[in-house]
Each structure stands twice: as C-alpha cells, then as structure tokens.
Design a protein around this ligand. Structure first.
Ligand code: ADP
Ligand code: MG
Length: 264
C-alpha cells in the first residue's frame, strides 16, 4: 500500500550544517500493517513520517501510496488520507476552540466545503458517543475549550480527531512520550483499540522498546537514516529487548549512546 523506494532527504544541503536524514530508505507497508518504529535520537524516524506526510519534498527516490506516486503531492493533499499525532498534546487540538468545535473540524477532514465551526445536532450525538468511549467524562464537556484539558485528555481527544474520519494511514510520532506513565498507558490502549477496530495502517514511532515489541505486527529499526531491521509476524514475537539492544550495539560505531531508548 505504501512504498518508499530509495528515499533520500537532506537538510541544509550544501551548507556546513548538511544532514543526510534519510539515506536511501526502502520500506513497503501493507494495508493493515501496524509498524512500530524505533531508533536512537536523530536516526531519521520523524523525518520518515514527515516525508511520508509530505511536510517537505524529498531529494531523491519515490513515495508511492496505492500505486500512485505521491512524491510531488503537497502536504494538504496527502492529509486527506493521512492522520498524524505528535508528541506534544497541544499540536493536535486547538485550545481556543471547544471540544465539539475541534471534533467538527476533524469531521470535515478531506471535505472541500464548509469551513464554519457550527456543530449540528446529529454530529453532537456522534461526538458524545465517541467521547464517552474514552472514559474520561468528556462527553459532558462538549462546550469546554480544549485548552482547559489536561495533556492526557487532550491527547485522547487528538487520537479521536485523527480517527473520527477513518484515515488510510495513521502516523504516530512518540505520541505518548510527553505523558506520565499511567496516562501514556491509557493513550496506548486507546491507540490499540482504534487501530484494531478500524484496521488502520499505522506507523508508530516510540523510544520504548517494550512498547515497540508488544504493539503492532511489524517492527522497524532505523539508524543513520536507514532501515536496519524490519521484522514481522512470529519473528517479531520472538524478539526481546536484549535482541534489540544487541542490534543497536552492532551498528553503533563509536558514536552510539542509548540516549532516550528506554529499557523498561
Ligand atoms: N527540519 C529540520 N531541519 C534540519 N535538520 C533536521 C530537521 N528535521 C530533522 N533534522 C535532522 O535530521 C536528522 C534526523 O532527525 P529526526 O528524523 O528528527 O530523528 P529522530 O526522529 O529519529 O530522532 C537529525 O540529525 C536532525 O537534526
Ligand atoms: Mg523524532
């Protein structure tokens, strides 16, 4: 469904700050794949997701989605079928809008018309029903501003917004990393449920190896802008944190540092 072929991405090309962030990435993602992506800081994980979403043009290679070459497509065009959730809970919601206004915006994703913020009664019933499934009591706070919510509540709302209209592709970039462990766990469970129920094709970046091993049907490890490990199915189920660490040590060179890779 998604095919990245020899994708190369530089930042600040030609200057002394030149970074080769993606160094010939090849990755094929099948419909319904749930891929966890790990790798040390600066490995190119976010750049991979950003490149897929069209945040910037790539320098070489090809990005195909459903046989179409989308390499030249603008971000907003890809946003019709790609949803994203970032680490910062403030990024996915508009704090000055109410919960229902935020959801109304999410409902309009991919639709060409109607930029107003009016909320129809029929939609409100849907929002209430969806929010009640979060178990956070937000269904009784439809008119509260999103800015009043806690980080975890806001990230839960963001997850709901990202999936309210089923996306073809869901991109999660360390979306639980800024939350306390209990809240992070809740958001993970919500993620698992939404991905399972809607059978979403998902790429989830995490720095938590246990999480990466437990979730999804495939695991990809990146290092210096390349995919250095890609395992699925039974092979993934057999992997341990020790195996992953060993892989890191094998490729580390001298500059390796485990930085934010969590071992818990
Ligand atoms: N917008 C950008 N401008 C300049 N350099 C960037 C930008 N985004 C990422 N980089 C650089 O590209 C490399 C890969 O970054 P990134 O994809 O964010 O890594 P990861 O998400 O794996 O930690 C890093 O060296 C980073 O500093
Ligand atoms: Mg990142």
């Amino acid at each position: 469904m998604i095919a990245l072929e020899n994708v190369i991405k530089y930042f600040h090309r030609g200057s002394i700050n030149e970074v080769l962030a993606l160094n010939g990435v090849n990755l094929r993602v099948a419909r319904g794949d749930f891929i966890t992506v790990i790798g040390s800081n600066g490995a190119g994980k976010s750049t991979l997701l950003n490149g897929l979403a069209g945040s910037f043009p790539i320098d070489r290679g090809r990005i195909g989605i459903d046989e179409q070459d989308v390499s030249g497509w603008a971000e907003h065009r890809r946003a019709r079928f790609i949803s994203r959730v970032f680490q910062d809970p403030l990024l996915g919601t508009c704090g000055s809008l109410s919960i229902e206004q935020n959801l109304a915006l999410a409902l309009r994703r991919g639709r060409p018309h109607g930029l107003g913020l009016g909320v129809k009664g029929r939609d409100r019933a849907l929002f209430r029903e969806q929010l009640s499934q979060l178990g956070l009591g937000l269904e009784d706070r439809l008119r509260d501003k999103a800015g009043l919510l806690s980080g975890g509540q806001r990230q839960a709302l963001t997850m709901l917004m990202a999936t309210l209209v089923r996306p073809e592709i869901l991109l999660l970039d360390e979306h639980t990393a800024a939350l306390d462990p209990k809240t992070a766990q809740q958001i993970l469970e919500l993620t698992e449920r939404l991905v399972r129920e809607q059978q979403l094709t998902t790429l989830m970046v995490t720095h938590n190896m246990k999480q990466a091993l437990r979730l999804g049907n495939r695991l990809v490890m990146m290092h210096q802008g390349q995919v250095i490990l890609d395992v699925g199915g039974e092979q993934k189920q057999k992997l341990s944190v020790e195996d992953l660490l060993e892989r890191f040590y094998t490729v580390r060179g001298d500059e390796f540092s485990p930085d934010r890779m969590l071992l818990v």
